[in-house]
Design a binder for this molecule. Sequence first.
Ligand SMILES: *[C@@H]1O[C@H](CO)[C@@H](O)[C@H](O)[C@H]1NC(C)=O
Ligand SMILES: *[C@@H]1O[C@H](CO)[C@@H](O)[C@H](O)[C@H]1NC(C)=O
Ligand SMILES: *[C@@H]1O[C@H](CO)[C@@H](O)[C@H](O)[C@H]1NC(C)=O
Ligand SMILES: *[C@@H]1O[C@H](CO)[C@@H](O)[C@H](O)[C@H]1NC(C)=O
Length: 471
Amino acid sequence: MFRSRGQGKMAKGPFLFDRRAKQVIGFVAILYTLLIIHFSNSKYGKFFNNGSKVLLPTTSHLHGINLKKFSASNGPLLNLREQLSHAFPYDPKSAIPRRIWQTWKVGAESVKFPSAFRSYQKDWTERADSDSFEYSLVPDDHIIPLLENLYGEVPLVVKAFKEMPVNILKADFLRYLLLYARGGIYSDMDTVPLKPLGAWPSLDREKFNELKRENNPIPYKNYDPKRGQLQAVDDNGGYDEPGFVIGIEADPDRHDWDDWYARRIQFCQWTIQSKPGHPVLRELILNITATTLNSVSTTKSQTQALIDLSHAKDYNVNYRDRRGLNETYPHEVAKKSSNVDGTDIMNWTGPGLFSDITLEYMNNLIKENPDALLLNGNLEASSNEPLDTKSTRKFYKKISTSLQSNNVVPWEFFSLMTKPVVVDDILVLPITSFSPDVEQMEAKSSSDEMAFVKHMFKGSWKMEADSNAGH
Ligand SMILES: *[C@@H]1O[C@H](CO)[C@@H](O)[C@H](O)[C@H]1NC(C)=O
Ligand SMILES: *[C@@H]1O[C@H](CO)[C@@H](O)[C@H](O)[C@H]1NC(C)=O
Ligand SMILES: *[C@@H]1O[C@H](CO)[C@@H](O)[C@H](O)[C@H]1NC(C)=O
Ligand SMILES: *[C@@H]1O[C@H](CO)[C@@H](O)[C@H](O)[C@H]1NC(C)=O
């Protein structure tokens, strides 16, 4: 009782009026930008209006495509990868947009906004204010107009979003779509920032350059040292911020890990930082759009004509996980809200797919490019360290064989890391960065210098999805 009266008072105070005015200004600014983007793209309309004829390639069979260098051809845009690259070309030299995205069912001004989130949200808006970042909280009723504006030229993406049968899939997909179109930091509503944003190694020029100075580029099979070194040095001001910044979510260093976890290394997607147009996000969006249109009831039959039929199982979420091998499993049953389960969420839009696509991108990168920069300070020997220490070094042999004989970035490269790792323009932060205080898997506390965001684990959409999935 006392609490709700307290909030009622605050809601009528000058503080909220101020915030509302800011939100209106922010919204007008977004609309304005969207209109500009819309009109500047419309000269390509003749290629894009042909949405239903656009092919959906699988991300699993790349046939020698270099994902980093891929860009749309000059002619008609024949498939979704081309459409996405064309609508949002990637500029690796650009700065990371100083912008924070959050999403919730309702805006923070609504009485329905969960009271548990008010202080978290306030932490983010105050952080944004003092670090001169833009802040946007996208409520549910803004999503479709926003996506129709941003992705007006890539209609299959909006169609897939609308057809997703449960909200948790949409919540995952939306974060990738916002970052791919506009860039910035996305962070779940149940997180709080721990440090000034300028202290993140991706934005702190000193820290990032130090990382480059202190570590020697790690060679791999296709690596050409002469070209690789060029990426590493930046004495003459040639500084580019990393394009995609992620943290470790799970790193269970125990022999029975596969009893508990689907993947030995899982990247976290409750907080992500990216430049717009980053190719990892493009591949994720392509994969999710293609999978959705071919796994849900309303479109299944219409999209059969657009897929790579020699790999039809790639498009059906019912073939992911062990059930893919189960001959009596009803693989052809369309996905609806009543039959989506935890495996679907993990492998359709969630951290499972996110981790797979990111690692596959890194492998494509070192297969197709001789000059990718690999830096991993966790592999450097520190003089008086006993051999059985919990550190990436215990996987040294496997890592170097994997890189130098097979051109594969193994999961071990990211295990037990305490210092950030660079893979070309991707910066991977240790588990402490976005998961401090979890008191497992070597995560340190939120007072550690590498801790930037704390996850409070209060996602009510997870409960909603779990009840949907019957768990
Ligand atoms: C759509 O694009 C395809 C491939 O370029 C082309 O063959 C087809 O004629 C186009 N259809 C329309 C209606 O413009
Ligand atoms: C999507 O990605 C998953 C994980 O890498 C893969 O198994 C699947 O074949 C991909 N599907 C499509 C349609 O790209
Ligand atoms: C799907 O998820 C399950 C568990 O959630 C995991 O064991 C499996 O490897 C995943 N499969 C694919 C193809 O992503
Ligand atoms: C295979 O799928 C069927 C139908 O869903 C199920 O009853 C059965 O238990 C599954 N078999 C295994 C080995 O998981």
